[in-house]
Design a protein around this ligand. Structure first.
Ligand code: FES
Length: 165
């Protein structure tokens, strides 16, 4: 009886050691595994509201340039994408504006605003667009793209909704 009691106690000690070892192993190992695989599970921000300026800094009737970069995380790969455009406020009304992308609709070069000729000019193939983004001249097949989703918060920050395609 005493012998089997001793064996049971030994078994108990062994089992307890294994159990404690397993718990310690899990406590150390799981966070490490989670850390290693979490980038693969994270999709990265697909779309977001981005602040592009405050209304008090954006003039009325003159294009206001903005730009920003977003970083997409896809697994272990990080991709930085640059965005840019122009805000054209039409009046004092906070949401009376058009927000154009600065990406030429021909082959994607960055357009620039030329105040002297009142036109956006693409340096790649000499295209030009009017102040509202309509094609004046050159190969672009359509007007400049427009950020249609935007809002002005209580503090006067203008934000646009960016979707990554
Ligand atoms: S990319 Fe702008 S005109 Fe060709």
């Amino acid at each position: 009886m005493a012998g089997s009691h001793n064996i049971n106690r030994r078994d108990f000690v062994k089992l307890t050691t294994v159990a404690v070892g397993t718990v310690i192993g899990a406590a150390i190992g799981l966070p490490a595994i989670g850390y290693l695989i979490s980038p693969a599970l994270r999709a990265g921000g697909k779309d977001a509201w981005v602040s592009i300026g405050t209304l008090d800094k954006i003039p009325i009737g003159e294009p206001y340039a903005f730009s920003f970069t977003r970083t997409q995380v896809n697994g272990w790969e990080r991709t930085a994408t640059s965005y840019g455009g122009f805000v054209l406020r039409k009046s004092e009304a906070p949401e009376d504006m058009v927000i154009l992308s600065s990406r030429c609709t021909h082959l994607g070069c960055q357009i620039n605003w030329h105040a002297d000729t009142q036109a956006y000019v693409c340096p790649c193939h000499d295209a030009s667009f009017d102040i509202n983004g309509a094609v004046i001249d050159g190969p672009p097949p359509r007007p400049l793209d427009v950020y249609t989703e935007f809002k002005v918060d209580d503090a006067g920050n203008l934000q646009i909704h960016v979707k990554e395609g």
